[in-house]
Design a protein around this ligand. Structure first.
Ligand code: EPZ
Length: 445
């Protein structure tokens, strides 16, 4: 039974919240522990659903995962790694896309892997063709079966040359997790270089891997026979940090995001400044606040790192509905990432969606009929309404729109938000939001 949020809007969010390890690194770091010949310890682990899903998937495969009751640090021991039944994997995988990244490590440790049909946010069809192509290039045999894919490598994985058609984060991680213990050298061109990728490389290097990142998005990996365990503190979640920054703008608030790292958010910081947001940047976090006066409209294009991160777009679009003037957002990473704007329009926002590339460069979706550009005309008052959360980032955007709207909103399906935002209702509480969380007729908070 999923929880329901009743939000009474119009209250500025003010106070301090803590952001911990990145949702888009921590599960991959947990999978990397499978490659080690000794236990690993991961620090700064957030309590989010994606970590729970990967914990149960790893335990299913014989990995012991022990959580420190005080710090939340995880110690993972892959000594007894074993196969798991496809039905069990299907049950535990939920709507996570992480199972596809278990392939390389499982093939190295037990010779094969089973991947159920994958989930993940509905922001496009989320194919895995790059992943399967990468595994085949390493010498794996990929067999599609009912309900999933069986992948094996009777002769082990061999280093190879790979060129990605698009700097896919997941496919880059697939290469890193497969190549580090493959025989010989792997050269990956067209790689993703997001901060979470670099943090995963740091983890693998701690384990004994030999990996170099060149200036032209080429990553070179020299396979080694074995890897040790690691001890690593996960980098902070730049996507959660940016989400709360947008929440401060949308509600006219002032939020100190402890843990926000300027280094990983340089493009966001520039954009936040251009829209007219206030910032004080410190070593242990960033204060994001609404300075009063009008917010300025923007022309914005999402891109792979170091461009404007696609996961930052949805919460910022809510802020753009409150800017004085016309803003344009061209989403170039996912083909269908504006579905969340329907609810904003119902609340009073003026957002028009287009098939054309409304940006400086034509992207992969331009002539393929995908609605991937938005024109936002502000500022428009938002009125509370009933909202069903569509996906993780869209859901956070709906939540902050409800917090800014006049009147009351009922937000259902909020458990999706728990996939990537640690203790978000407690954080809202601490920031002074006026809301109730309830399940059917019971009020939980
Ligand atoms: C990761 O997804 C993140 N998720 C996403 O964050 C993030 O938006 C994305 O990278 C881009 O930075 C996790 O790390 C768990 P991709 P991933 O492979 O790896 C296409 C969030 O809200 N593609 O870089 O799945 C794909 O369809 C989530 O935290 C293929 O065509 O992203 C997309 O258009 C959302 N074939 C583009 O590449 C493939 O085999 C980028 O996807 C793989 C990807």
């Amino acid at each position: 039974m999923s929880r329901i949020l009743t939000v009474r809007g119009g209250v500025p969010l003010k106070g301090r919240i803590q952001v911990r390890g990145a949702k888009n690194l921590v599960p991959k770091a947990m999978v990397a522990a499978l490659l080690g010949n000794a236990p690993s310890t991961l620090r700064n682990v957030p309590e989010i659903k994606d970590v729970e899903v990967v914990t149960s998937l790893l335990q299913l495969h014989g990995v012991t995962v022990v959580k420190d009751p005080v710090t939340g640090d995880l110690t993972l021991d892959p000594a007894n790694a074993k196969t798991a039944s496809s039905s069990e994997i299907n049950t535990h995988a939920g709507d996570s896309r992480i199972p596809i990244l278990l392939c390389g490590p499982l093939i190295h440790s037990i010779g094969h892997a089973f991947i159920p049909d994958l989930g993940g946010c509905k922001i496009g069809d989320r194919p895995i063709d790059y992943h399967l192509e990468v595994l085949r290039k390493f010498g794996a045999v990929v067999d599609k079966t009912g309900g999933g894919i069986l992948i094996s490598a009777p002769h082990g994985l061999k280093g190879t040359k790979i060129s990605l058609p698009y700097p896919s984060v997941g496919a880059t991680e697939q290469v890193l997790l497969s190549a580090t213990r493959a025989e010989g050298i792997t050269e990956l061109s067209g790689a993703a270089t997001e901060p979470e990728i670099i943090d995963l490389i740091a983890i693998l290097q701690k384990m004994g891997a030999i990996i170099s990142v060149q200036t032209d998005r080429t990553i070179r990996i020299e396979g080694v026979n074995e890897l040790s365990g690691y001890v690593h503190t996960a980098l902070p979640d730049r996507n959660e940090s940016a989400s709360w920054a947008s929440a401060a703008l949308v509600t006219g608030g002032d939020i100190y995001v402890e843990g926000a790292s300027q280094r990983d958010m340089m493009t966001f910081v520039n954009t936040f400044r251009k829209i007219g947001g206030g910032m004080d940047i410190h070593d242990d976090g960033i204060r994001f606040y609404h300075k009063g006066g009008d917010l300025k409209p923007l022309v914005l294009e999402t891109d792979v790192h170091p461009g404007f991160m696609t996961d930052w777009q949805q919460p910022l679009v809510v802020a753009l509905t409150q800017a004085e003037g016309v803003s344009i957002v061209h989403e170039t990473v996912y083909e269908n990432r504006f579905g969340f704007t329907n609810a904003l329009t119902r609340m009073g926002a003026n957002i028009q969606l287009h098939r054309e590339c409304l940006g400086s460069v034509p992207c992969r979706f331009g002539q393929r009929n995908f609605i991937h550009s938005a024109v936002i005309s502000g500022s428009t008052p938002l009125t509370g309404t009933t909202i069903d959360v569509p996906d993780l980032r869209g859901g956070f955007s709906h939540m902050i729109a409800a917090l800014a709207a006049q009147g009351t909103s009922t937000v259902t399906g909020i458990d999706i938000i728990s996939r990537g935002y640690e203790k978000f209702t407690a954080k809202l509480d601490g920031l002074g939001a006026d809301f109730d969380v309830h399940e059917s007729s019971k009020v939980l908070r």
